[in-house]
Design a binder for this molecule. Structure first.
Ligand code: DNO
Length: 350
């Protein structure tokens, strides 16, 4: 298992040298950010990214994300062109040593929160989600600022896009996902790259848009769309964990051997569809971090893990969810869990 840390490239306030000083972190998870969604990433940009990481003593084996163009999710005739570009990106990344690609298939919006700076009793602040607030938002008219969102949409562009999705229900989205996977997975398999779809965050439909990577049954269905070791999931404990019906160990069992990448963070469920992000250790939220990691390691997991969103602590200001300090604490916590689990397994064997 390798512990990694997300880095947003040269525009990130956090430097590679800072990341390198976090104990037990061996690599960076990053992407090319200067190219519009759907185009082919230049070899120069890829080589530069990998070179920068390596020069700082860090690996660059995981890309998050290679985003999927909306036309693919909508199943438009132009999807073919974007799928071809996607396949080319897989080939180019593999050539530069990338082994795992994380992506998602959420229409229009990526991860969504209703408040980006909720103060917590300890003086830190965190991202939170209140379903009622979200229901009251109209993405086509309100001034939305969402953490994981493509800011490049104009109001008109967004309205038009939402309109296009009116004819895409869950079943249509499943079909479009299958079409995408049938083209992309054989390329990934040939190139030795593992694809890990990220679950929808939160794992329920929002703004009338379908979301399908939401829980155990749907993940089972997803894995059977193309039954290949290259077709896997990114097990994100925080995304899946906010739905009470999701049992993370059960999901890990269903996806056994098909989990190349894990996002480990904790959340506290505060209402039927409400939650707040917390510090990583199990005692702060609803996710049993030990149980999830133990289950993965018992099943022979040997992929990549990263701490996920952190709170803002010690007065840090920065990219929501992606400051340095709390994520670094998360990484060392994961390293501690890992050491404990591995050593007790060895003891058991004696
Ligand atoms: C949020 C992330 C997501 C993730 C994408 C993967 O912090 O987990 O934005 O990168 O959904 O495509």
């Amino acid at each position: 298992m390798k512990i990694t840390f997300r880095w947003y490239g040269e525009s990130d306030r956090i430097t590679l040298n800072q990341i390198r000083q976090i104990p037990c972190v061996s690599g960076v998870v990053s992407a090319i950010y200067d190219t519009p969604v759907g185009s082919v990433w230049s070899e120069e940009s890829i080589a530069r990214l990998v070179g920068q990481c390596n020069a700082a003593g860090l690996e660059c084996e995981v890309i998050e994300s290679v985003p999927v163009h909306e036309d693919i999710k909508l199943g438009l005739p132009s999807a073919k062109r974007y799928i071809d570009a996607y396949c080319e990106n897989i080939r180019r990344l593999a050539k530069h040593g990338v082994k795992c690609i994380c992506y998602n298939f959420m229409p229009v919006f990526d991860w969504l929160r209703s408040d980006l700076e909720t103060p917590l009793p300890d003086g830190s602040n965190a991202l939170t989600y209140r379903h009622r607030t979200v229901l009251e938002m109209d993405p086509a008219t309100s001034e939305l600022s969402l953490p994981g969102w493509d800011e490049s949409y104009t109001k008109e562009g967004l309205k038009a896009l939402l309109k296009q999705y009116e004819s895409v229900d869950e079943e249509k989205l499943w079909g479009n996902l299958q079409h995408f996977l049938e083209a992309v997975i054989p390329v990934a398999e040939a190139e030795g790259v593992k694809m890990g779809i990220h679950p929808d965050d939160p794992p329920w439909g929002i703004f009338g848009l379908p979301r399908i990577i939401t829980g155990a049954d749907n993940i089972k269905r997803f894995l059977s769309l193309v039954d290949s070791p290259a077709n896997g999931i990114t097990l994100c404990t925080g995304s899946l964990g906010v739905a009470r019906e999701n049992d993370l160990s059960e999901i890990a069992e269903i996806a056994k051997g098909r989990i190349p990448f894990v996002h480990m963070r904790n959340i506290k469920i505060t209402g039927e569809r409400d939650f707040e992000e917390t510090a990583h250790p199990s005692c702060y939220g609803n996710v049993d971090m030990y149980a999830v990691l133990k289950k993965l390691l018992d099943d022979g997991f040997d992929g990549y893990v990263r701490p996920d969103h952190g709170r803002m602590i010690w007065g840090e200001k920065g990219r929501y969810g992606y400051g340095l300090y709390d994520r670094a604490l998360g990484a060392t916590y994961l390293a501690g869990l890992y050491e404990g689990i591995v050593k007790s397994k060895k003891e058991e064997r004696k």
